[in-house]
Design a protein around this ligand. Structure first.
Ligand code: AMP
Length: 212
């Protein structure tokens, strides 16, 4: 499905040199994007860009960006596109020596997906693969409420906020599945089971795509 060129130089377990590799990990809130991102970073030596983490760091640091984002995040709504896109561009441009990125929680709207493609294509380093974690809704709610007990995240505590986040996902984010399917980059991955089993499925998608 993918040209060899798109993956030329991807660092696989056999130690081939990396040139540049960009991956999007996609899925609804609670799908396990953050957990699986950590494992992917470790295996492929990529740089993590979790927009949620960057927003939370800014809220903690009481920056202007944090103050702006906080009201949206606390309500479970998406932060406006222009703010989020600007933040992602700055993050990528500040990391010139990165071998590639795991985009986690970005893009979340078609406008963000188009802006990311435009930005990365101009740099000659497009998205290589999109891994979409699929998890039953009951399991997502269970995971989020469980995480809420330890994460301290305001947006994990109330069922009403969790519901708003799901609605935002369904209305604004899910259309990106078709966007990436049309580009031939989408891989749907069963996101239930043990962390290691799910990770093995992700790795096999990456390695199948890089070998094809
Ligand atoms: P996350 O940690 O990915 O679950 O994100 C937590 C919250 O940060 C989301 O519910 C949104 O309010 C905000 N956020 C994270 N990423 C984005 C994005 N790409 N676009 C808009 N808002 C975002």
């Amino acid at each position: 499905m993918f040209g060899r060129q798109a993956f030329a130089g991807l660092l696989l377990s056999d130690g081939i040199q990396v040139i540049m590799f960009n991956l999007v990990i996609f899925g609804p809130p609670g799908a396990g994007k953050g957990t699986q991102s950590e494992k992917l970073l470790d295996k492929y030596q990529l740089t993590h860009l979790s927009t949620g983490d960057v927003f939370r760091a800014n809220i903690k640091g009481e920056t202007e960006l944090g103050l702006l984002a906080k009201s949206f995040i606390d309500r479970g709504e998406l932060v406006p596109d222009e703010v989020t896109i600007g933040m992602v561009k700055d993050f990528v441009e500040d990391r010139v020596s990165a071998r590639g990125f795991v985009f986690d929680g970005f893009p979340r709207t078609i406008a963000q997906g188009e802006a990311l493609d435009h930005f990365l294509n101009e740099r000659g380093t497009p998205i290589n693969i999109v891994l979409a974690l699929e998890v039953d809704e009951d399991e997502l709610v269970r995971r989020l409420l469980e995480r809420g007990k330890i994460s301290g995240r305001a947006d994990d505590q109330s069922e009403a906020t969790i519901r708003t986040r799901f609605n935002e996902y369904l209305q604004k984010t899910e259309p990106l599945l078709e966007y990436y399917e049309k580009q031939g980059k989408l891989n749907r991955v069963h996101g239930m089971g043990s962390i290691d089993d799910i990770f093995a499925r992700l790795v096999s998608c990456i390695e199948d795509a890089s070998a094809s």
